[in-house]
Unconditional design. Structure first.
Length: 87
């Protein structure tokens, strides 16, 4: 995907910016009516068998909700690769 817009955002500087220094005046507050109408959509999941190195499995099992974290790690990697591919 070719994006016609590019940004020169200083992510390093932003990551250290205190919350109170961020201007959110153009973002409306989310009130109760928003949350009453909100719909949570989750991607459908599929169970698979996967062979991993033993030390990786042991490390993952030490984490809370390790299966969700595996999914999160893979999703972030996928999105990074999709972003890199679209350049």
């Amino acid at each position: 995907m070719n994006n016609a817009y590019t940004t020169q955002i200083d992510w390093q500087r932003l990551s250290h910016l205190p919350d109170e220094d961020i201007d959110t005046s153009d973002i409306p507050e989310l009130d109760e009516s928003f949350f009453n109408q909100a719909i949570l959509k989750q991607a459908s999941q599929q169970a698979i068998n996967l062979t991993l190195d033993g030390d990786i499995v042991e490390w993952l099992k030490q984490q809370s909700h390790y299966q969700q974290k595996i999914n999160q790690l893979l999703r972030e990697y996928m999105q990074t690769q999709q972003h890199e591919f679209s350049k």
